[in-house]
Design a protein around this ligand. Structure first.
Ligand SMILES: [Zn+2]
Length: 197
């Protein structure tokens, strides 16, 4: 596989425009820009296209974030698979897909729908897609992209984090084949703690 950079993305749909400029320059972390958060737990089901080991990996990356989330706002794993196609789909279910994406340099994407309550945006649904056109693996392979490295990043968008400028943070916006970065750094942890103070 070519050694090019792959983008990890979080995109939003909702009723207001995010005013990213409001807090710029006033916060220590790039991801403390105005963003959404969870006010309930989010349950995910993954596509049958992912193997058991890969789906267990997804569960473990949810646990990584859950250590820093309030008890009633957790990332939860539903062991049932889904057979759906048509990412993204606002159907009331939070699903992890593996579908082709037009932009070949997009490794994965998290589409988040939210409601605004007061000045805060609350997650109502999240669909994550790992681009079918990317060569995936669960672990280290110099020519493939690690599914857990990308999943921990996309789940960071679900809990409400934006991209970090810190190169080693899981919320950094680029990844590569043969690069394992599965564990939260202090930058990521500070970000999630800040969001759920
Ligand atoms: Zn991202």
């Amino acid at each position: 596989m070519r050694k090019e950079r792959l983008a990890k993305r979080g995109i939003a749909a909702g009723v207001v425009v995010l005013l990213l400029s409001l807090l710029m320059g006033t916060q220590a972390y790039a991801y403390t820009l105005h963003y959404w958060k969870m006010d309930t737990s989010i349950w995910y089901r993954a596509s049958y296209l992912f193997g058991d080991e890969t789906r267990e990996g997804f569960r473990s990356r949810m646990s990584a974030w859950n250590q820093y989330l309030p008890e009633w706002r957790r990332l939860c794993y539903d062991a049932n698979v889904h057979y759906d196609s048509g990412y993204p789909s606002r159907d009331g279910r939070n699903q992890i897909y593996k579908e082709p994406m037009a932009a070949s340099k997009t490794g994965a994407e998290n589409k988040v729908w939210y409601d605004q309550i007061g000045s805060m945006l609350y997650v109502r649904e999240s669909d994550i897609n790992l681009n079918w056109n990317v060569s995936w693996t669960n672990g280290y392979d110099p020519s493939r992209v690690d599914t857990q490295t990308v999943m921990v990043h996309e789940l960071g968008h679900t809990v409400g984090l934006h991209h970090s400028e810190h190169r080693w943070a899981v919320m950094f916006e680029e990844t590569y084949a043969g690069y394992l970065n599965r564990d939260l750094t202090s930058d990521d942890i500070n970000g999630v703690r800040n969001r759920y103070l």
